[in-house]
Write a protein that binds this ligand. Structure first.
Ligand code: SF4
Length: 280
C-alpha cells in the first residue's frame, strides 16, 4: 500500500521541533509538511516557517490557499459572530476541515495516511486529532521516544532554526486576534502590530453592532482595553505574575538568561484551552 506521511506545522515551537527531529532522526521518511493558513497569522509566523523550510529543504504546503477560503469568508458565513472558546468555528472551518479534505484526497488516491503529531512525553493528557471517517494513523514520535519540553527546547536551540520571533512578546502561534490570547498579549499586539489590533477592533465593533454575544477578550472590548490606564494596569499585573513565577522557579545554572516561559505563566493564571492544531 502507498503511504503518505504528513506533519502539520502550527508556527509554534513543538511542531517545528518535531519536523526538525523527524528530518534528523528518520531522514528516510518522506514527509509532507503542511500549515493551515487562516490569512490572519502574524508575520513572524511566516518568517519562522520560511526559516524552517530552509532547514528542511522542502516546501511547506499552505492549505487555505488551495481552498480559497479565509477568515473573512467564514465570518460572513457566521453572520459576523466572532469565534470564541464556546463557538470555535474558526478552528473547525479553517484548521480541521482543510486538513481533513487534504488528507482525504490522499486516501481517495489509494494512500494510507500517517500523520505525525507533536505531543510530548510530558503531555500524557493529550491526544492527536484524527479526522472522523478516516483510518488515518496518528503517530506521536515525541511521546514514543521520550522527548519532553526540555527536549523540544534542545532540538530548537541545537538547530539553526531557533525560536519563532513572536515568543519575545506572545506565548503562542495562531491568528493575530486569537481569543485565547491573554490581556498582556493584546497590549503587546497593539504595540508590535497596531494594524492587526485595529483590524481586530473592526471585527469586534462589527460583531457588537450585530448584537453578537462575544468580545475578543473576556469582560471588555478592545476599545476599553487600549485605554492608557487599563494598559498600565495590565502591564503591572503581568509584571507581578512574572516576578512570582520567577521566584518560585529553580534556576538551572546552565540555562541562565533563557527566555521566561510565558506559556506556563499564562496557563497558570488566566486559564487555557488552546488547541494543538493552532498553537502546538
Ligand atoms: S488561532 Fe485562535 S482564532 Fe485562529 S483558528 Fe485557532 S483558535 Fe481560532
Amino acid at each position: 500500500m502507498k503511504i503518505k506521511h504528513v506533519l502539520g506545522l502550527s508556527g509554534g515551537k513543538d511542531s517545528a521541533a518535531l519536523a526538525i527531529y523527524m528530518r534528523e532522526k528518520y531522514p528516510e521518511i518522506d514527509i509532507e509538511y503542511f500549515f493551515t493558513d487562516t490569512g490572519k497569522e502574524l508575520p513572524e509566523v511566516y518568517d519562522f516557517l520560511a526559516k524552517l523550510e530552509g532547514f528542511l529543504g522542502k516546501q511547506i504546503k499552505y492549505l487555505y490557499q488551495d481552498e480559497g477560503r479565509d477568515f473573512d469568508h467564514y465570518l460572513d458565513l457566521y453572520n459576523y459572530f466572532l469565534p470564541s472558546p464556546q463557538q470555535r468555528w474558526c478552528t473547525i472551518m479553517m484548521k480541521l476541515k482543510p486538513f481533513e479534505r487534504w488528507a482525504k484526497s490522499f486516501v481517495k488516491e489509494g494512500y494510507k495516511v500517517i500523520q505525525y503529531v507533536a505531543i510530548r512525553s510530558d503531555e500524557e493528557f493529550r491526544t492527536g486529532y484524527t479526522p472522523k471517517g478516516t483510518d488515518i494513523e496518528t503517530k506521536l514520535p515525541f511521546r514514543e521516544d521520550g522527548v519532553d519540553k526540555q527536549g523540544v527546547i534542545d532540538i530548537l536551540e541545537n538547530s539553526s532554526v531557533g525560536y519563532p520571533k513572536y515568543y519575545e512578546w506572545r506565548s503562542r502561534s495562531g491568528c493575530t486576534f486569537c481569543f485565547f490570547q491573554q490581556k498582556i498579549e493584546w497590549v503587546n499586539l497593539k504595540e508590535r502590530h497596531p494594524d492587526a489590533y485595529e483590524e481586530a477592533k473592526f471585527y469586534e465593533r462589527q460583531a457588537i453592532a450585530g448584537k453578537a454575544p462575544f468580545t475578543w477578550t473576556q469582560g471588555e472590548t478592545l476599545d476599553e482595553l487600549e485605554h492608557p490606564d487599563r494598559v498600565a494596569q495590565i502591564k503591572a499585573d503581568f509584571e507581578k505574575r512574572k516576578a512570582r513565577s520567577e521566584s518560585s522557579r529553580q534556576e538551572n545554572p546552565l540555562r541562565k538568561g533563557l527566555l521566561v516561559d510565558l506559556d506556563e505563566l499564562y496557563l497558570d493564571e488566566e486559564g487555557n484551552g488552546a488547541c494543538l492544531i493552532c498553537h502546538k
